[in-house]
Design a protein. Structure first.
Length: 274
């Protein structure tokens, strides 16, 4: 196993690589490669606070999007297995370290503007297999997960494999999501069940507000996520974007990928003058 404690551009002889052109980060960074041809792509604008990543197989891919708005920062423990993917969108925030697991070829997709509280797990697998004694067939295969945009997941919640959570929804404290949840609703319990539809939520905290203060304040409303719940829009199985097929770069291309972004832009400008 190869273990790195810096978030910086990297490539090794096993085909493992880190694509990152931002400021080098060393605090609370732990990246482990146990296989080959794994790729970690981190936006240079990602507000990384705490990152533990384990690639436990071959051909895994993790992508972490940018942070362009004020958020709590990115705090993740990510486990990526053979032929698996974890996709984290823009402006995601985590109050505490969130655990995400995708193994056995499944994908976990986290949409833009998702808000994670503390001690949350999003897992497409159960870590260990369970079998039917009569048939000897496995009964808990790993499954993909899609968490939509602007979803709020409260403390100690767990999202299990094979579910989709629609845009603008809220998952309550200590809930366990085992089936898909539509958009713009509140779901609570174990297993989680929808208790209220046609809701919208906003990020500003109520803690400093005065009694009977009017909500939302001017500029706090995000109209994009104020929608009626549509139960019919929930897919039976998560729909994850297919991975783009990228040709393996030649030697010159591989060398170019190791250069800092400003140098690559200058090379392209000189190679293709306007």
């Amino acid at each position: 196993m190869l273990q790195l404690h810096k978030l910086e551009r990297y490539k090794d002889d096993q085909g493992n690589r880190i694509v990152y052109d931002g400021e080098i980060r060393e605090d609370k960074i732990d990246i482990r490669f146990k296989g080959s041809n794994n790729t970690l792509i981190v936006s240079p604008k990602a507000d990384v606070k705490d990152l533990l990543i384990t690639f436990s197989g071959d051909n895994g891919q993790i992508e972490i999007g940018p942070t362009t708005k004020k958020r709590a920062g990115l705090r993740f423990e990510l486990r990526c297995g053979h032929e698996s993917r974890i996709l984290i969108g823009e402006n995601v925030g985590c109050a505490g370290r969130t655990f995400i697991s995708a193994v056995e070829g499944v994908s976990v997709s986290i949409g833009d503007d998702v808000m994670f509280a503390k001690n949350i797990e999003v897992r497409g697998d159960d870590t260990h297999p369970i079998f039917d004694v009569r048939t000897e067939k496995r009964v808990n295969p790993s499954q993909s997960i899609v968490v939509g945009e602007h979803v709020w997941i409260a403390k100690h919640a767990v999202v299990m494999g094979g579910v989709t959570i629609g845009n603008g929804s809220v998952i309550g404290f200590r809930s366990i999501v085992t089936s898909s949840i539509p958009n713009n609703c509140v779901a609570v319990g174990a297993p989680a069940r929808v208790v209220r539809r046609d809701i919208a939520w906003e990020r500003p905290e109520v803690v400093p507000r005065r009694p009977n203060e009017e909500y939302p304040r001017k500029g706090e409303k995000s109209p994009k996520y104020w929608n009626l719940t549509d139960d019919a829009a929930v897919p039976e199985k998560p729909v994850v974007r297919p991975r783009a097929v990228r040709p393996r770069p030649g030697a010159k291309r591989r060398l170019a990928l190791m250069l800092p972004a400003p140098v690559r832009r200058l090379v392209r400008k000189l190679s293709y003058p306007s």
